[in-house]
Every structure is written in structure tokens, then in C-alpha cells.
Ligand binder design. Sequence first.
Ligand code: PCA
Length: 211
Amino acid sequence: MKRILLTGFEPFGGDALNPSMLAARALHGRQVGGHRIVAAGLPTVFGSADAMLGGLLRQHHPALVLCTGLAGGREGFSLERVAINVDDAPIADNAGAQPVDAPVVAGGPAAYFTTLPIKAMLAALQAQGLPARVSDSAGTFVCNHVFYGLMHQLATGRGLRGTRGGFIHLPWLPEMGSPSLPLDAMVLGLRVALGATLKDVSRPVRPDRSS
Ligand code: PCA
């Protein structure tokens, strides 16, 4: 059965929880549109996170990759449009690193666009009554770093040219702050977003290089 790789991040910045890790884990082993979800947690660490993601891509050869992370303070699902080639950390990562104005990939293109159908995902989420929007910035911390690293690997990696990939930021859980969404709404939304992606045939499957 074809695979979907779904990742979340470990808690960071002093939080005890990261909803992205919890939501991804809740979907491990589930099926969507004839594909099986393989979930994994990534460390919130520059370099290690995208290295681990690379290993998962080589191990599973997924048809689809959705990485997720927490964006505390945002409302609903943020469907990320673009990853930029910048690490500029507002806080230290979980290994104490805080890169400033560094490239994610030296010599790489300035940005990559998602290859997920974010408008179809948006419509599907809204049809379920879930709050969602397209976001034009995934920030410049570890989430953008992993998103850029994912798209770079899909654009350049062997055997990955047909794999679509992208990133969704999730809001806080109710116990973490407001605005928030309960975990079951996040889990439902990720399933809905993946289902909408598998139904969509309108987008090119190769990442655009936009430099
Ligand atoms: N959110 C952070 C990194 C890990 C996570 O879940 C970010 O938005 O960069």
C-alpha cells in the first residue's frame, strides 16, 4: 500500500506539549484514500530534524509528505504556501543553537512552493467547519527549515520526483493558550487535508524551483 509520511515536532521553547506530535501520532497506521499513514516525531533541532526526515523519505518512499508544527498564537490550520532559504531563529532550538541569517541549504534556491493543493485543502477544512487559512510565511525557525529541507530533498533526491510535500502549522491546544483547537479537531483536520490532497489531480507533482 502507498504511504503517507506525516511528521510532527517534539515540544520546544519551554512548552510541555506539541500538538503536532500528538496529532501525527494519533494518525499513525490509519488509512486515507487507499494510502497508509506513517507518523514520525522530529526533534526541534536545526540540522537533525531534516536529516531525520531524509532518512524517513529513503526508508518509506512516501507518495505524499505532510510535515506539521506548532505556531502558537495563530488561529486554526495554517496551510503554508512557501518555504524560504533562511534560518533566523527567534529562540534557541532544543540543542541550544540559534542561527541568524543563515541559509538552510547553501547555494539553494531562495524559496520552494508547496506541492500540496492548499486551496483544495482549505475548502475541505472549511466544509468541515474547521478554521483554516493559507499562510504566506512558515517563519524562519525549525519548521520553515524542515519545510525547505523537505522541498529541497523532493526536488533533488533520487526516486522522489513524484512525491508531493508541504507543511501545515497547527494552533495551541486549549490547555496551552488561545486561540486554540482541541486535539480531535486537529486530527480530523489533518485527515481531511490529506484526503483532499489525494483527491486532487490539478497540481504538478514536481516542486517548483523559484530562484
Ligand atoms: N514549531 C516551530 C518549530 C517546531 C514547532 O512545532 C516553528 O514554527 O518553527
